[in-house]
Design a protein. Sequence first.
Length: 256
Amino acid sequence: MYLKLILICSVFLFPYFSIAQKGAIDLSENLYNNTEVLKVTMGTQWPGKIWKFQFGEYEVVSGKTGWVTTGNRASIFNRKTESITTEKFSFVLSNRSGDSAMVNAAKKVKANSLREIEILPRFSIGTNDMLSETGNFAAFINVNNDTTDTWALLMNVFSLNEDNKFYDAFLTNGSRKIIIQPVTSKDNRSIPALGYEFRENEVALCAVQYYGGGALGTNKNIIWLGKQLDEHMKLIFAAAMTALLQIKVTSPSPGL
């Protein structure tokens, strides 16, 4: 009888523990012990639309993307080049209560590099080297078209190389400032899981994993929502983390 009960419990509880522990980012203790664990499905992305993210009671019900544009500048005799890539998208994320978060977002990445110059066929001088990369991302969120309570997610990343990255990101409504901190897994895998934790006054409120690490890490998107949050803030956080998932689908790295 007891063996049968253990087997039944393991069938229903194993998926939860596998999501919350194995192969996941390292969460703050207070969030790990008091959270809703939500596995993210991505649905289908049609041309001009964002991914149909869905997790728990939250679902992208509509969304669109603008053109991704890239511009390059370089002189014939100057090895230094500059490229600027911009991307815009918007979406509506709804919950089962009928509330909807409207999100408008934009990303801009500027890269400076040195390029080799061909002097003669098969003979060039110089090398192709990255000098710096600056990424900026902004997403503006309001619930049920209430523009008196607009939240802004702002992220800035400046990279000289893989070992020199300067990062600043937060979510704010003007009176509150919630820091968005990169986190990774701390297991023995050579490729760790990657994500972000949202912290206010050193207390973790929610987290998102956008890369599961390992050989098949791209399909392990997970969201953690603190159980102490009210429904309004859960929707705000869910919308902010959905925006981050959208920009990380094609570039799962600590930068933009």
